[in-house]
Design a binder for this molecule. Structure first.
Ligand code: F0G
Length: 458
């Protein structure tokens, strides 16, 4: 018989205490952090849903593997194990190890980009966009039309709009398109998965126009779960085989291993093209480290080699995807508007839908992020007009296309009772939603302002 309770498929061997705080303390801590939860010390946070990046709990097998770390400068055994694992997964012959995803982005997009160059994606993640724009290039998002409807149960809202892609390639000229980047799952687009059919269609268009096709694959195992369960022609494949099939379509892959690598630090750039690899390896050596370690120590590479295997285990992925859905479905039942269906690594709350009385230029997403902390000590992240809003040439406010708050779940870290607590905090947020107030930015840097901006409550 099958039981309906899905248990965490692990026992806890080592624990990290959480410090309880009072609402008064939290109000004080938040003021000290200028109402920006990125500026809160982590010991002032009860449940940290800021990110699923680099926050995984490692397994005993990974910790054991770290002791095998070979820290030789060149040709370390740990590099061989890392290379074998990443090469088997991606099928790509050239693997450049970096300290995290954005270092791989800087190398690849810095090299391919520059003034007059275009990058098209289902949705560029913020560091991806920042690296492209920093190179002088232009990043354009083309999510599929279903992505706009938060309520429909379309299974692959992370897909790219292939008609728009064709039209944009025609309008700027294929020679000016530096790359097409498919982000799986689509993090800034609600953590929604991308179908194999869509990946094939995008790959076909890129091939026809001789444009490099890049997979931003940091959550490709979670994506594979949705593909296997919602795309009948892939149902016979294992999760790993699905990922391998998607990699086979691409010319390059950029991975922040801090997500589905189940480790706390790491990234890679995988390439098929020999000449491109030579050019990127030069940049790797100048800015990260020698080709056989890049930005990683030997022990990191050992833990990664194990993590990239463990993440595809069926029990793990089932628990992972179902626990994210558990949180999302329950807060939705309590009247919180969320992007539906629930994605892999996070629940995305429609902050504008929850706080319709706060205008976009007063940042309803930031208001919710602050309220979640004050009410329950929960740290989340705004993915809206603080992160992606802009000013036009006259200094006018241009809001982001979506006003979301992300509750990202670290991997193998929190149990169901932690999530039950988060659900209860949301019940309180719903009760007091009419009294929520907006914010004004009082200090901001020119790039990636959400990390360090200061706010004032209106
Ligand atoms: N691409 C995607 C889709 C990401 O989600 C991230 C990071 C990166 C690239 C950059 O990788 O952080 O290792 O340099 N996302 C984190 C997040 C920060 O919270 O979603 P990195």
């Amino acid at each position: 018989m099958e039981f309906k309770t899905i248990i965490e498929p692990f026992r806890i061997k080592s624990v990290e205490p959480i410090r309880m705080t009072t609402a008064d303390e939290r109000a004080h801590f938040l003021r000290e952090a200028h109402f920006n939860p990125f500026l809160l010390p982590s010991d002032k946070v009860l449940i940290d849903l800021l990110t699923d990046s680099g926050t995984s709990a490692m397994s005993s097998r990974q910790w054991a593997a770290m002791m095998l770390g070979d820290e030789s400068y060149a040709g370390a055994k740990s590099w061989e194990r890392f290379f074998a694992e990443v090469n088997d997964l991606t099928g790509m012959p050239h693997i450049l190890p970096t300290h995290q995803g954005r270092a791989a982005e800087r190398i690849l997009y810095g090299y391919l980009g520059g003034k007059g160059k275009y990058f098209f994606s289902n949705t560029h993640f913020d560091t991806t966009r920042a690296n492209i724009e920093f190179s002088g290039g232009t990043a354009i998002d083309m999510p599929c039309p279903e992505a706009k409807d938060y309520d429909s149960d379309a299974p692959f809202k992370g897909n790219m709009d292939t008609e728009k892609l064709e039209a944009h390639i025609r309008s700027v000229g294929a020679a000016n398109v530096a790359a097409v980047i498919l982000t799986v799952t689509n993090n800034s687009g609600g953590g929604q998965p991308v179908s194999m059919a869509n990946a094939r269609a995008v790959a076909g268009i890129c091939k026809k126009h001789h444009i490099p096709f890049v997979l931003d694959c940091c959550r490709i195992a979670e994506n594979a779960y949705f593909v296997r369960h919602n795309e009948p022609d892939c149902a016979h494949l294992s999760y790993r085989e699905i990922a391998q099939e998607m990699f086979a379509l691409a010319d390059a892959a950029v991975m922040s291993i801090k997500k589905d690598g189940l480790v706390n630090m790491g990234g890679f750039l995988a390439l098929r093209d020999h000449a491109l690899s030579d050019a990127c390896t030069n940049l790797l050596i100048i800015t990260e480290g020698f080709a056989t370690y890049g930005g990683l120590s030997g022990r990191d590479m050992e833990a990664i080699a194990v993590g990239l295997e463990e993440v595809f285990e069926a029990d793990y992925l089932h628990y992972r995807i179902r626990s994210t859905a558990y949180l999302g479905e329950r807060i939705r039942d309590r009247g919180v508007p969320v992007i539906f269906p629930i994605g892999g690594h996070a629940v995305y709350v429609d902050a504008q839908g929850l706080y319709p009385h706060i205008p976009l230029h007063e940042f309803p997403g930031q208001a919710l992020v602050c309220d979640l902390y004050e009410v329950g000590g929960i740290r989340s992240v705004e993915v809206g007009s603080v992160m992606f809003g802009k000013y036009d040439e006259q200094g006018g406010f241009v809001p982001a296309p979506q006003e979301l708050v992300r509750l990202a779940l670290p991997r193998r870290v929190y149990t169901q009772s932690h999530l039950d607590y988060v659900i209860e905090v949301f019940e309180e947020i719903v009760r007091r939603k009419e009294s929520a107030r907006g914010f004004r930015i009082v200090h901001e840097p020119p790039f990636l302002r959400h990390f360090t901006a200061h706010f004032e409550r209106l």
